[in-house]
Design a protein. Structure first.
Length: 346
């Protein structure tokens, strides 16, 4: 499993999640802005499914939970709801059918709520309507990997796969890793994907491997996977939803002045791609925090050696969503950074 170029122990650093509770109108405005920004970003297949993510986020709105919860907890660094909030919705969706059966007929609950003055039946009615809203609601995966078979060459015992991993990252951001690779089976190598009657199923070892590597950037993941002698990696793409900045406090320095006004926010959607068919290296991300910049000289040399051996190129991009009043400022910032970015105003 070791890589001849890079020691991941130099790269992996933990961070403590800080959160804040939003209630009342702040909660309403936050969920509305979050959902609207995800819709406006027009996310493609390199990103987590926007429809499912919006449905997940909107389940946190007061109009959905009807006051059954005290508010929504926000990760102050990512700007997204905390892992606890996403899992709470996940659990409520899973039990919604059972809860509705236990609560019984809505008309009867409404009649009891109207007659009763103790509030218990009114709360049961709210719970009924809440679980009805959640029934069969699509949700964003918090950690799910799939493998699709692309083609097979029986003569060379080679199979080509498309791997997709969706997860809520430890940083609090939603990410999708899309990986195209091929595997050659032999008596001397252990398959990372089992193939039976054209059905592909990843091994637990491979899933663990991908989860570990994808804690970092696409280039690191490409290098680590390419180090396997029986794997040929064509492409690793990482699409990230977030961060969402709602105040200057945790925003990058160039964006702080834009976030002073009430209701201001800047949402970001980065794309980090490494592939053997990208024509040239290109960095179109004005806020790109290059992993290599944090490395020692020895580790940077390791990246250079890997690029030489595997002959891949890197492409980085970032698009923005913000209130229309902030768009000119964001355009000026990108122009000063010599990048040309998509900026959607809402």
């Amino acid at each position: 499993m070791s890589n001849p170029f890079i020691d991941e122990s130099e790269l992996i650093k933990g961070s403590k999640i800080q959160s804040e509770l939003l209630t009342g109108e702040d909660e309403v405005a936050y969920v509305r802005a979050l959902s609207g920004a995800i819709r406006a970003a027009r996310l493609n297949l390199y990103y987590p499914d926007a429809r499912a993510l919006r449905a997940h986020v909107e389940a946190l709105a007061p109009r959905t939970h009807r006051g059954l919860y005290d508010g929504v907890e926000r990760n102050v660094m990512s700007g997204l709801p905390t892992y606890k909030e996403f899992t709470r919705v996940q659990t409520d969706v899973r039990i919604s059918g059972d809860q509705l059966r236990q609560l019984g007929d809505r008309e009867l609950l409404a009649e009891k709520a109207q007659r009763s003055g103790d509030g218990i039946h009114a709360r049961q009615l709210s719970k009924h309507d809440y679980y009805m809203d959640l029934l069969d609601r699509p949700l964003a995966p918090l950690g799910e990997m799939s493998v699709a078979l692309r083609r097979v060459d029986p003569q060379t015992r080679t199979a080509w796969f498309h791997v997709v991993l969706d997860k809520l990252d430890a940083s609090g951001l939603f990410v999708r890793y899309a990986i195209d690779l091929s595997q050659t089976s032999s008596a001397w190598s252990k398959d990372v994907v089992n193939l039976d009657d054209e059905t592909a199923q990843h091994t637990e070892e491979f899933q663990s491997l991908i989860y570990k590597f994808t804690a970092l950037d696409a280039e690191f993941t490409f290098i680590k996977l390419a180090a396997f002698g029986h794997l040929q990696v064509e492409r690793v793409a990482k699409g990230t939803v977030g961060p969402f900045y709602f105040s200057p406090e945790h925003a990058p320095q160039p964006l702080k002045p834009m976030l002073e006004a009430p209701g201001a926010f800047v949402a970001m959607f980065a794309l980090d791609m490494v592939a053997d068919d990208v024509a040239e290296d290109k960095d179109n991300d004005p806020l790109d925090d290059l992993l290599a910049d944090k490395l020692s000289a020895q580790a940077r040399a390791g990246y250079a050696a890997a690029r030489s051996q595997y002959a891949y190129k890197c492409f980085k991009d970032r698009k923005f969503v913000a209130p229309r009043a902030l768009v000119p400022g964001l355009r000026a910032f990108c122009a000063e950074s010599e990048t040309r970015n998509i900026i959607y105003g809402v």
